[in-house]
Ligand binder design. Structure first.
Ligand code: LFR
Length: 475
């Protein structure tokens, strides 16, 4: 089997990229062709994504890929989950909202809970309560009177697929984050949609990762330059990241660490117990029907918001934070007050004062406090994932941008007592490419054999737990 040339469009909450991959039975090579910022836009009605800008950059990146590889075998798209556009007759009805919009996060959940309580929702969809899950946002749209005019709802990657190909679809891993997919059957829960007044017509036909959806056509073809086949991948970025764990063993936990830290284990069946619900564990759909049993930890967002407010560079601050000798307090990174954009240093200081803990006096000490608090949340979430699911865990794979943060990786190893295997940084793009490679026949087999290819070609770094860690105050 010769290697296939493939393109991955991977949109993260802070930046998007287009990556050219070469994947064969013993080959996995990546080259970044384009990287562009993803800055949300505050409008009068709330916080939005700059979807048109992202799409334009994705198109240009794909055009570059075609110029480099005229025989490009396929392209796949992934992004963050839950957010969407409403359409009427193929026309987007306004710019998609950002899941960090505080108003919708406050308004949506009570609208849904009027009809269905949290326990019943969990039994049906298996999702942890996140105030921005699609179903809550759709409840806002309904209350605002804008759902009536829509004939389709497309999640972000499906929206880009539609603009590229004209095909209307809902990729199943990402659809699992809407709250409207049945956790057991992985089909739309139309009864739930009816109960919530969400018209069935807006829920597109579901497709599985690996499905050929269509070809680049129409206005997109003029920019891209070739009718490239578009393949469904694990279009929820976290689903793609979990495909690319560099391992052949199954007694591992993972942390997909970017803006969020998605911490959990892979399972064959959902865990829909009350204990799992109360611990805020989610059962999201993975590639090949696997279950991503995980919890959303607040993630690098805390650091990036501090850096934004301070106007400083993260690498320097992290170096200084590593040198901090004094003990730092640990706070609950998952407190909902940290969700919306804003003055994160002040919010953290408030949290610490409320809990009668000392507020770090310098920026490096506060950065250290955030890193230690994230590591503590990662470690305890791994242990809760194991006990709720019964999964054995002997190592933690940390993939995504956070794998570059040595201080965080070491602290996670120290606080969990488990080795942390860090990398690949571009796990999401790799998972996206691997599912395409399998679809075009350039790779074969189960997820395990795809992961074996990652293990054989990538060089993760292992952090071993040390016992010399400085004592810390627990919050
Ligand atoms: C990570 C992620 C998480 C999801 C959050 C919001 O990028 O996709 O998995 O909970 O973003 O969509």
């Amino acid at each position: 089997t010769p290697a296939a040339r493939l393109a991955a469009i991977d949109l993260g909450a802070t930046s998007g990229r287009v990556i050219l991959g070469s994947v064969g039975p013993n080959e996995l090579e990546l080259r970044q062709l384009a990287r562009f910022p993803n800055d949300p836009v505050p409008l009068r009605d709330g916080l939005h994504w700059n979807l048109l800008g992202l799409y334009r950059n994705a198109l240009d990146g794909l055009a570059l890929a075609v110029r480099e590889e005229p025989g490009l075998a396929s392209v796949g798209i992934d992004s963050w989950a839950v957010d969407y556009a409403l359409l009427h007759d193929g026309r987007m009805l306004g710019a998609p909202f950002h899941y960090r919009d505080p108003r919708r996060g406050a308004v949506g959940p009570p609208l849904v809970h009027e009809h269905v309580d949290a326990a019943e929702l969990y039994r049906r969809n298996g999702l942890q309560h996140l105030p921005f899950n699609t179903m809550f946002q759709l409840a806002c749209d309904r209350a605002d009177g804008v759902l009536d005019g829509a004939d389709t709802m497309l999640l972000i990657p499906d929206l880009l697929v539609f603009e590229l190909t004209g095909a209307i679809s809902a990729e199943r891993t990402n659809a699992s984050t809407t709250g409207l997919l049945d956790a057991a059957t992985r089909e739309w829960d139309e009864g739930l949609a009816d109960t919530l007044g969400i018209p069935r017509r807006v829920l597109p036909p579901l497709v599985d990762p690996g499905t050929r959806i269509g070809m680049v056509s129409g206005a997109a073809l003029e920019v891209v330059g070739a009718p490239v086949p578009v393949t469904a991948v694990g279009s929820h970025d976290t689903a793609s990241a979990v495909v690319a764990l560099p391992t052949t063993s199954d007694d591992i936990a993972y942390i997909s660490c970017g803006t969020w830290g998605l911490v959990g284990v892979e399972l064959a069946h959902p865990v829909l117990t009350d204990a799992a619900r109360r611990a805020s564990f989610t059962n999201e759909g993975g590639v090949d029907g696997r279950v991503r049993f995980l919890h959303n930890v607040m993630g690098l967002w805390l650091l990036s918001e501090c850096v934004r407010v301070w106007g400083e560079a993260l690498p320097t601050l992290l170096e200084q934070a590593a040198a901090v000798q004094a003990s730092v307090p640990v706070f609950d990174v998952d407190d909902p007050r940290f969700l919306a954009p804003g003055d994160m240093p002040a919010r953290i200081a408030d949290w610490l004062r409320e809990h009668e803990l000392p507020v770090p006096a310098s920026r490096p000490a506060l950065v250290r406090c955030i890193v230690e608090s994230l590591a503590q949340a990662f470690a305890s979430t791994v242990s809760v994932a194991a006990s709720l699911s019964g999964a054995a865990v002997s190592a933690i794979h940390l993939v995504g941008g956070g794998a570059q943060n040595a201080l965080l990786c070491q602290a996670t190893a120290d606080r969990s007592g488990l080795p942390v295997i860090a990398g690949p940084v571009e796990a999401t793009a790799i998972g996206n490419l691997l599912v395409q490679a399998r679809a075009v026949g350039a790779a074969s087999g189960s997820l395990e054999s795809l992961r074996a290819l990652v293990a054989a070609t990538q060089r993760p770094q292992t952090y071993t737990p040390t016992t010399t860690r400085k004592p810390v105050t627990h919050g």
